[in-house]
Write a protein that binds this ligand. Structure first.
Ligand SMILES: C[S@@+](CC[C@H](N)C(=O)[O-])C[C@H]1O[C@@H](n2cnc3c(N)ncnc32)[C@H](O)[C@@H]1O
Length: 293
């Protein structure tokens, strides 16, 4: 099937399935991705900075894992499951753990013993491991894709919700999960088919709670490389930052903050201070959560 035809078929089945799932999906608004060409601003693009910061934050937490409470509750912190993250993250994880990677784009299941990496072809919606198996699970900038078919996985509007439930199932009680997803303002929340879902922070937090995760050990807003001039941001302490740690804030306060931050960037685009399209203005939310022991 040609790409355009496949896109049309997948889009139609996604919308049909979405209609039939009785508002259980995380996001109900679906828009087509008319312009698949992502904005690049030359050398380092916004997404590179977001991915790099998510990886760095995850590594920072993982390298201190022995000092976290998890150590008291989980006997051995040996294995980590990563679902669909960047390979750089996975590779860095092998410094501390045996790494199991699950991704639909893996060709063959394969273990590299000297590297400490095992690859598994599969989908987050059906993780091929038993309950309570991993002390740590990570999924960075991947959950938003589950079930959109972009990477050859099964079309399923509930893919992100099912994936989170599965990651909770395979996590040991007392274990931790690290997640990163793209976020936008509450009013701009949407599924950009078949690229990604853009959540509000409170929607994603609700999904985590519904999947069974409790509390959080770390939360931050990861912001894109800010190219161009943003007069209103330049005066703030957030200029030239790629991560804003969100401490002691309610979901409502974080949503307000994200709305405010993204509106500033949108203003910058409207006023010609920067050149991505408004559709491509987004940030990421990083969260570390626990499975109740
Ligand atoms: C945007 S990429 C990850 C980010 C990474 N920084 C990159 O640049 O490729 C999303 C990843 O999620 C994986 N993925 C998509 N759908 C999935 C699913 N249903 N289950 C597990 N992984 C999935 C994709 O194959 C891809 O490797």
């Amino acid at each position: 099937m040609k790409d355009k035809e496949r896109y049309k078929t997948n889009f139609e089945s996604f919308v049909e399935l979405l209609d039939s799932c009785n508002d259980q999906a995380s996001i109900l608004k679906v828009v087509k991705n008319d312009d698949a060409s992502f904005y690049l601003n030359g050398g380092v693009d916004d997404f590179d900075v977001i991915y790099a910061q998510l990886t760095r934050t995850a590594q920072k937490i993982l390298s201190n894992i022995k000092t976290l409470e998890i150590n008291k509750e989980v006997e051995k912190i040996d294995n980590i499951l990563d679902v669909g993250s960047d390979f750089k993250h996975v590779l860095a994880c092998t410094t501390f753990f045996n790494c199991f990677c699950l991704d639909p784009v893996v060709n063959d299941n394969k273990t590299f013993e000297d590297l400490g990496i095992s690859f598994f072809r599969g989908e987050a919606q059906k993780i091929p491991f038993k309950n309570n198996y991993f002390p740590i699970v990570t999924s960075l900038h991947a959950i938003e894709h589950f079930g959109l078919g972009r990477y050859g996985d099964t079309i399923d509007p509930l893919g992100d919700i099912k994936g989170l439930k599965e990651m909770h199932r395979v996590l040991k009680p007392g274990g931790i999960a690290l997640f990163g997803v793209p976020v936008t303002t509450r009013s701009r929340e949407r599924v950009v088919f078949n690229v990604e879902r853009l959540y509000s922070v409170s929607t994603f937090n609700k999904m985590l709670k519904d999947a069974g995760f409790e509390g959080s050990i770390y939360r931050s807003l990861v912001v894109p490389a800010i190219s161009g001039e943003f007069p209103s941001l330049k005066q703030s302490k957030f200029y030239n930052r790629s991560e804003i740690i969100l401490k002691n804030m309610s979901d409502q306060q974080i949503d307000d903050f994200v709305d405010h931050f993204i509106e500033i960037m949108i203003d910058g685009v409207r006023n010609g201070y920067s050149d991505p399209t408004i559709e491509h203005v987004e940030a990421a939310y990083f969260i570390g959560v626990k499975k109740c022991g």
